[in-house]
Ligand binder design. Structure first.
Ligand SMILES: Cc1cc2nc3c(=O)[nH]c(=O)nc-3n(C[C@H](O)[C@H](O)[C@H](O)COP(=O)(O)O)c2cc1C
Length: 482
């Protein structure tokens, strides 16, 4: 009978097998046998994603955005009194959507049981370097590398001494020597052990080696009457530190800035059932709102009728007509940056029919048009509440740059994003855009500069525009010249 070499399988299958076998408390080999048996009997378990939580999860994790990436930690529990806090740490990590695989030292088993640890982590526990069931394919290397971070809590004086000197005579120290992942230690020991010259040397060496430490804290010891430096950090502190390493905070260069954006078309009513509209989809304005929000800004998006979901974390005001849009824009002031990406109808009918207009023998209804308010010019020319940076969009079908330059001067805004919306460009309603950023900056003595960007997706245009805004608000020399 031919044997199967796990190493020759591709990585996705290997990872699936490892996680499934760990979840079912079986060796990978046994798991393969089970899968084959189930396949033959026609009742195989569906190939669930690796990150799917186990069905028997006792405590559902708090709701978090599905955008939060999955991460995994190998948690090494050393033999100290504080090991009991690591049971809580497992839960704290899991509620942050961090997978936890636990390794216990022999000494740790004197303080917490493998059963408690596996029940909380929903995984089998690893505790033996020479375990034939997990070592037939070098399981300790897997534990060292199939994770994003290694946390040692409690990190005993003994474990730190071993690490500092490169020992690998048990599973925990072998993993710590074989990893290229970041290591976070949560030391816990008696204050005299912590202040001992040997521990000091070992800690200094580990820090030189790039190992990270959280704590210890100062406080009461388990030993009666003893207090001082050596208490392990609380589980929540360790979980927060691990999460910060796994998901470093994203830069928020527009934090504290209020950005006002308009998007989409407007609908100008003719009568209760008919309206004048245009082909704007709102995609570009919505993409800018999402990009500004991701950069940390407080975003208000005033949108005409569109078929798009509201961007997460953005305050959206839905309107129909140009006049409603202007009202909502004015209500949203003051703002630091205003971006007018909406395709606002230039005209509306002078007298809106109160009832549906009827076909009559008298001929066509006279539809007289009147001008709509010019939102961009109105806000650009405000004296008191004018946002420091006002950006307009110019949708042109001919003489794009020249028309956009004269729009910049006419409207009194600071920048114009000009785009060709002739039908052949596919911009209106499409997913891509080719734009030219026309700006009047203090750095250029008020000279008008034209920056032509290559064809991009509307999301890329949004990201690029937000990057320019960030530069402008952080670099004073790029301030608009008004
Ligand atoms: C009751 C008791 C409590 C202990 N607490 C600690 C401790 O908090 N920190 C520590 O470094 N060692 C502590 N030790 C000593 C360790 O258990 C011992 O050094 C052991 O070899 C550590 O093994 P490990 O590093 O492989 O887990 C304690 C020992 C006993 C008996």
């Amino acid at each position: 009978m031919a044997s199967l070499t796990i190493r020759k399988l591709d990585d996705t299958v290997k990872t699936y097998l490892r996680l499934r076998s760990a979840r079912n408390h079986r060796s990978v080999e046994e798991e393969v046998r089970v899968i084959l048996r189930e396949l033959i009997e026609g009742r195989e378990e569906p190939l669930t994603p690796f990150s799917a939580p186990p069905e028997a999860s006792p405590a559902p994790a708090p709701q978090r955005s599905s955008a939060v990436p999955e991460a995994s930690v190998t948690l090494i529990i050393g033999g100290g009194i504080a090991a009991y806090k690591s049971l809580d740490l497992i839960r704290r990590l899991k509620e942050r959507r961090i997978e936890v695989r636990c390794v216990l030292t022999k000494a740790a088993e004197q303080f917490v049981t493998p059963l408690s640890v596996s029940a909380l982590s929903h995984e089998r526990v690893y505790n033996d370097l020479f375990d034939p069931q997990s070592e037939f394919d070098a399981g300790h290397i897997r534990l060292a590398r199939d994770c994003d971070l290694i946390v040692v809590a409690p990190a005993t004086a003994d474990l730190m001494a071993k690490m500092a000197n490169g020992h690998a005579d048990d599973l925990a120290s072998a993993i710590l020597l074989a990893t290229s992942r970041k290591i976070l230690l949560a030391p816990a020991m008696n204050p005299l052990m912590w202040s001992n010259a040997a521990t000091r040397r070992n800690v200094a060496q580990l820090q030189r080696d790039g190992v990270l430490l959280i704590g210890p804290n100062s406080g009461e010891m388990a030993e009666a009457g003893e207090a001082g430096m050596g208490r392990m950090s609380e589980a929540i502190e360790i979980a927060n530190a691990a999460e910060k390493l796994l998901r470093p905070p994203v830069p928020r260069p527009l934090a504290g800035k209020r950005v006002l954006i308009t998007a989409g078309p407007t609908h100008e009513p003719i009568d209760p059932v008919r309206y004048i509209a245009n082909r704007s989809s709102g995609k570009q304005g919505f993409a800018i709102a999402a990009a500004a929000q991701a950069a940390g800004a407080e975003v208000v998006l005033v949108s005409g009728p569109v078929d798009l979901d509201d961007p997460a974390g953005v305050t959206v005001k839905h309107v129909e007509s140009a006049r409603q849009m202007l009202d909502q824009v004015q209500a949203a002031l003051p703002a630091d940056i205003a971006i007018f990406a909406a395709a606002v109808a230039d005209w509306r009918v002078a007298v809106e029919g109160e009832q549906k207009l009827k076909k009559t023998s008298a001929g066509m209804p006279p539809l007289q048009l009147v001008e709509n308010p010019d939102i961009l010019a109105t806000i650009s020319k405000l004296t008191d509440k004018r946002p420091p940076l006002v950006i307009g969009f110019a949708a042109e079908t001919e003489h794009l740059i020249d028309n956009a330059k004269s729009k910049l001067a006419r409207k009194g805004c600071d920048w114009i994003v000009a785009n060709d919306v002739s039908p052949s460009s596919g911009v209106m309603g499409g997913d891509r855009n080719t734009v030219h950023l026309i700006s009047k900056n203090a750095a250029d003595n008020g000279e008008i500069t034209v920056d032509s960007w290559p064809v991009m997706t509307k999301e890329q245009v949004a990201t690029e525009l937000v990057a320019h805004i960030v530069k402008s608000v952080t670099d004073k020399s790029l301030e608009p010249a008004s």
